[in-house]
Ligand binder design. Structure first.
Ligand SMILES: [Zn+2]
Length: 191
């Protein structure tokens, strides 16, 4: 989390925080080109998202957001304080929504299914852009993007109740990595 993101520890989030976050979500949906692109592609894929698809919550886990069936995208207003963070979380979660939309048999309790979507979300959402990695103190160059994607995907899969066994998340990511990393839809290539 960024500095200043944790000053509000009250889980009964202040109304002001929620309001600001709502404004940043609206801003991303109307202005951020990647977020707009994802919303457009979801519509084209037959899964239009309305405003109610995005809800703000106070999250207890250390995450910026989530995707939940059938509610949609959750934005953790207690963990986000900057526009850039909100846009980034929306992009990541919309990739999960896209995978859910196009994958009729996608089962989020199946660790490999989940891992595939996390690999794609980490790779395509900018989670592993150089600047994000610098902020985390990871400064290698060669292969850094793929290493980062694996690490981020394992972390996320490891939070799935069905994938908490020892080595389970890592195994799931390893098994699907090549195939899912290569699948950049709806982008032509890694943006
Ligand atoms: Zn994710």
């Amino acid at each position: 989390m960024s500095e200043g993101a944790s000053d509000d520890v009250n889980v009964h989030n202040s109304g002001k925080r929620t309001e600001e976050c709502r404004r940043m979500v609206d801003h991303a949906l109307t202005r951020n080109p990647v977020v707009k692109f994802m919303v457009e592609k979801l519509e084209e894929a037959g899964c239009p998202v309305g405003e109610r698809f995005f809800s703000l919550e106070s999250c207890s886990e250390e995450v910026g957001g989530g995707f939940r069936v059938p509610d949609g995208v959750i934005v953790c207003s207690n963990h986000l304080s900057a526009q850039e963070e909100v846009s980034h979380v929306l992009t990541h979660e919309l990739i999960h929504a896209y995978d859910h939309c196009r994958g009729a048999d996608l089962d989020w309790t199946n660790c490999e299914h989940h891992a595939c979507s996390e690999v794609r979300a980490a790779s395509l959402s900018g989670d592993c852009h150089f600047k994000q990695e610098l902020l985390r103190g990871n400064t290698g160059f060669r292969g850094q993007h793929q290493r980062c994607v694996r690490r981020r995907a394992e972390l996320s899969v490891g939070m799935n109740d069905y994938c908490k066994g020892p080595g389970c998340a890592k195994r799931a990511v390893d098994n699907v990595f090549d195939r899912c990393f290569a699948d950049t839809a709806p982008f032509d290539r890694i943006p």
